[in-house]
Design a protein around this ligand. Structure first.
Ligand SMILES: [Zn+2]
Length: 393
């Protein structure tokens, strides 16, 4: 049996939503799926058993962070990421490209690759498409991504074109380099093109026909208004082959998950659900609440009535509120469990709706009651996180 297959089980008649099954060497994934992010080979504050408990089917880990610390060859000496972190389900590793552009200092780009200074200790590193395949082979994830260049936002049309035109040959080099490594790993291609419809279509067509087994859409959710992100997908999806799974890189708030599925995306990953949880932002069917707010002090019921997560089954919202206010570590764990479970329950609901051919009604009903964080709140949050990250490095 091939190490990787994707079977579509149902397609919505009115949108591009579909539901299917991905087979990997470490288990199956039902799509559409949300993938919790374990940047440093750990989904912050929860154990692999807890991840299983909330229904996680695949997690993502970051190549950039792991190559710098503890190093991919060290992870290889522990038998790869699965045994190093004690997660036996599917794992996807990104290419490190995005973090090189957002975290690494002193980047020097040439045709061969990119040289940057580590944000941890200032040491110099060079990534080439070939080197990234080697690192990802050492990490041993089921699904791996090639080195790409993510144009920043705002951007110039010339920068967007050159980022895309550099990325495409790098992807072909990655395909060739991967042949020398582990056949059980599956390489996805990455579609770039910034916010230029023509470039997006061109990139989707070019990468779509290469022998990748799946496609990740990169360069979105980098600070642009959401309407622009959705607009880009409307250009990309029709150009992609139907039978390959599609991964929307770095996107995964509840409302984005629901909307993105309708635009033909199958896989989503984002630090947002776990990150906002640690800061008190918890998801409910009516939108995000801040468990820190005084209103929860006396609430004896769960965070959300009817939630089947471990936290809501055993603890009152008043207690969870107290843990956060008292800065107890247990808070992060309970808050994270609730938010990941919310995302994975949403995945189950999306799949059921697509199978029943009721996705458009499900989406409209969800968006009518779920109040997302405003653009302004998101911007403030981004600034806060950015400055916290600068202090760390
Ligand atoms: Zn819950």
């Amino acid at each position: 049996m091939p190490p990787f297959t994707f079977t579509i089980e149902a397609e919505c008649h009115n949108t591009w939503a579909r539901t299917g099954t991905i087979q990997t060497p470490h288990g199956t994934i039902q799509t559409p799926i949300f993938m919790p992010v374990g940047t440093q080979a750990s989904v912050k504050s929860v154990s692999p058993e807890e991840l299983r408990g909330v229904g996680a089917e695949i997690i993502l880990a970051n190549t950039y962070h792991l190559m710098l610390r503890p190093g991919s060859s060290l992870i290889a000496s522990f038998g790869g990421l699965h045994s190093f972190m004690h997660w036996d389900g599917p794992i996807l590793t990104d290419s490190g490209g995005f973090q090189v552009w957002s975290l690494g200092h002193l980047r020097k780009l040439n045709e061969d690759g990119v040289t940057f200074k580590s944000h941890l200790d200032g040491s110099l590193h060079t990534l080439t498409p070939e080197r990234v395949m080697e690192i990802e082979a050492e990490l041993g994830a089921d699904i791996i991504l090639p080195l790409d260049i993510c144009a920043p936002y705002p951007y110039s049309a010339a920068a967007a074109r050159s980022a895309m035109e550099n990325t495409h040959p790098w992807e072909e080099r990655a395909l060739r380099a991967k042949e020398r490594h582990r056949p059980e790993q599956t390489l996805f291609g990455i579609v770039q093109g910034a916010f230029e419809p023509d470039l997006r279509r061109e990139s989707a067509r070019t990468v779509g026909v290469l022998p990748f087994q799946g496609l990740s859409i990169g360069g979105l959710s980098v600070g642009e208004p959401k309407a622009i992100m959705w607009e880009m997908l409307k250009h990309v999806t029709p150009e992609l082959p139907r039978y390959k799974p599609r991964h929307l890189l770095g996107v995964g708030s509840p409302e984005d998950f629901v909307i993105g599925a309708g635009l033909g995306m199958d896989m989503f990953d984002c630090v947002l659900p776990t990150r906002v949880a640690r800061h008190g932002g918890l998801f409910t069917r009516y939108g995000r609440v801040n468990i820190r707010s005084a209103h929860f002090r006396t609430v004896q019921g769960p965070i959300e009535e009817g939630c089947d997560c471990y936290t809501c089954q055993h603890y009152s919202a008043g207690y969870v509120h107290h843990l956060l206010r008292a800065e107890e570590q247990l808070y992060s764990r309970l808050g994270t469990i609730h938010n990941i479970r919310f995302m994975l329950r949403l995945a189950e609901e999306l799949r059921a709706a697509i199978l029943a051919n009721t996705y458009p009604a499900f989406r409209d009903e969800f968006l009518a009651r779920y109040i997302p964080a405003s653009e302004e709140t998101r911007e403030t949050q981004r600034e806060k996180w950015k400055s916290a990250r600068t202090r760390q490095s």
